[in-house]
Design a binder for this molecule. Structure first.
Ligand code: TEU
Ligand code: CA
Length: 574
């Protein structure tokens, strides 16, 4: 049986501060804006807020390029505002976890400024290397062939220091040298300071990239992102994370490691069941079931059988050792209902289907702002509407490669996968700018509001008893009341069905059978588990009405055969 932990029973709500609520009309979301919505979060029933970075930053990567770890970026407010937010969340028995971004800093961080100057205390805080071979101006070529996640070489030549420095992301995000003990000490000191402020844990950005192998060897250029085989799960990543947990954390905090390129087997090393490792981790394997081997921009249809394999692998591998973080969308992914559901005719049904899926697996569900009202992807008619550095760099590289003749040709890929899809302002009402910015709504939002905000917004959803929002409320309630949702074992059912994802959850004498139709067809599915029960099972919850028909026991279809409607999910209790 699984160790009980508060963070296993919690529902997490992720707030991207720039796009959540703008209190002062400058078009940028801020912490006072979040304070205005703390009662909303309490009404939704979430337990933990994960706040994306709010620290001082030149905003090259919207705050994932930190210039001062112990500060609040002025556009977001002050440290007093932040302290009030923590107080108000704790007063309502909600918790706050902060984003820890320590694989890299901003190039405007004091550490990098002094490292670039050659200050002996900081000279070795980053990866500085001579160029190799010859190249223009005696710079030589980059020290190895690694590429950045954001296109192009992972090295930039710095004239001041006369060397190249490593950046796995944007050139304004130099990688910290974790091999240097002084770097580790500085990070642990900063983490301890934030814990002393009263936070309840951390979400750790790309934490399995922090260890790079000695000698920084070349990668295989034919294997995806060049160099990833070396800098992903590097030789000391486990050691550094264990040291961090040992030095800074206790079993009380919730720690969520974001890990690129990690599989379930490797994950067990990081989320050790004996409580030594992280609480859980954010992986990307289910984010690859609708892409080709060209990576995120190689768009393909959802392969449900592959999706089932990935989810089942993670459910089974972390079943008794470790824990799963469950998500379908976040600030880096397109909107779930557009990507995995249907943002047209079946937006409501598919929004509820995805919620059912997320809340009936074993693990901690993460709800990304706007997911609870079925917000959808937006459009990028012209290239200069793009704000996200990752998408902007992709378009530039795609057009330069000659593979596409114009932005028009690349546009469908950008509109399917750009991170900006998740970063359009939260839609609170049908007022101007969806009620996101200022009372007068006079500030121009930093990214245009999605044009479906008239119909898709919090006010409308809360006024409509049959909305996705109320369905989330019911799921959150159910999870709160029924341990089987949290601690029950998982077993895949109907493994070969190409459209229906069905599984059983059991905890002692409680048994649930869940059936999710991920498409707009009307499939039949055989679930013998349903016929095994002495009496016909109760429909506990369903996307198409539930429970209260025929005196609370909606008859399931005869025996084991279910006919599901488009994007229909059902949760039966045996
Ligand atoms: O993201 C990790 C990361 O690799 C993402 O860029 C992801 O691979 C890609 O965006 C998929 O669409 C983290 C943060 O969540 C992201 O916002 C930052 O840009 C990145 O690290 C660098 O800090
Ligand atoms: Ca603002």
């Amino acid at each position: 049986d699984l160790e009980r932990r508060w963070w296993k029973e919690a529902v997490v709500y992720q707030i991207y501060p720039r796009s959540f609520n703008d209190s002062n009309g400058d078009g940028i979301g801020d912490i006072p804006g979040i304070l205005e919505k703390v009662d909303y979060l309490e009404a939704l029933g979430v337990d933990v807020v994960w706040l994306n970075p709010v620290y001082e930053s030149p905003m090259a990567d919207n705050g994932y390029d930190i210039a001062d770890y112990r500060s609040i970026h002025p556009e977001f407010g002050t440290m007093d505002d932040w302290e009030r937010l923590l107080e108000e969340l704790h007063a309502r028995d909600m918790r706050l976890i902060m984003d820890l971004v320590v694989n890299h800093t901003s190039d405007e961080h004091e550490w990098f400024v002094r490292s670039r100057e050659g200050d002996p205390e900081y000279a070795d805080y980053y990866y500085w290397r001579e160029g190799r071979g010859d190249g223009p101006g005696g710079k030589g070529q980059p020290p190895n062939n690694w590429n950045s996640f954001f296109e192009g070489p992972a090295w930039t030549y710095d004239d001041e220091r006369g060397e190249y420095y490593l950046h796995l992301f944007d050139e304004k995000q130099p990688d910290l040298n974790w091999r240097n003990e002084a770097v580790r000490e500085s990070v642990y000191e900063m983490m301890t300071w934030w814990l002393e402020q009263g936070i309840d844990g951390f979400r750790m950005d790309v934490i399995n990239l922090i260890s790079k192998p000695e000698g920084l060897p070349d990668g295989d250029p034919d294997e995806g992102l060049t160099g990833a085989e070396h800098f992903t799960n590097g030789p000391r990543s486990g050691q550094y994370i264990d040291e961090m947990c040992e030095r800074v954390l206790s079993e009380e905090e919730m720690t969520v490691g974001e890990m690129v390129g990690v599989d379930a087997e490797t994950a067990r090393e990081y989320v050790g069941g004996d409580g030594s490792g992280l609480s859980m981790l954010i992986h990307f394997e289910h984010m690859g079931v609708d892409t080709g081997d060209g990576g995120k921009w190689d768009v393909e249809e959802l392969d449900l059988l592959e999706f089932k394999d990935v989810i089942t692998d993670w459910q089974e591998t972390l079943a008794d050792e470790g824990w799963n973080c469950l998500y379908l969308s976040n600030h880096d992914q397109p909107r779930a209902v557009s990507r995995f559901g249907d943002d047209g005719e079946y937006r409501r049904e598919s929004g509820k289907l995805l919620a059912t899926f997320l809340f009936t697996l074993q693990g901690t569900p993460f709800v990304y702002q706007g997911q609870e009202i079925g917000m959808t992807n937006t459009t990028f008619e012209t290239r200069d509407e793009i704000r996200d550095v990752e998408a902007a760099n992709f378009v530039e590289a795609a057009l330069e490669s000659g593979e596409y003749d114009s932005y028009e040709e690349v546009r469908p890929i950008v509109e399917a996968r750009s991170r900006d899809n998740a970063r359009t302002p939260m839609q609170w009402s049908d007022e101007p700018h969806a009620g996101f910015t200022g009372e007068e709504g006079d500030g121009e939002p930093w990214l245009p509001v999605n044009d479906d905000s008239e119909a898709v917004n919090v006010a409308a959803a809360r006024a409509d008893g049959d909305s996705i929002w109320h369905y989330y409320r019911e799921l959150i309630d159910l999870r709160e009341r029924r341990d089987v949702f949290v601690y029950g074992d998982y077993e895949l059912l109907a493994p070969d069905h190409p459209e229906v994802f069905a599984y059983r959850r059991t905890l002692e004498d409680e048994t649930l059978v869940v059936a999710c139709n991920f498409f707009d067809g009307e499939p039949t599915v055989e679930l013998p588990a349903l016929a095994e029960a002495e009496e016909s099972p109760d429909l506990l919850l369903g996307t198409h009405g539930h429970g209260d028909e025929n005196g609370g026991r909606r008859r399931s279809d005869s025996g084991a055969t279910l006919e599901l409607r488009p994007y229909e999910a059902r949760v039966y209790e045996l």
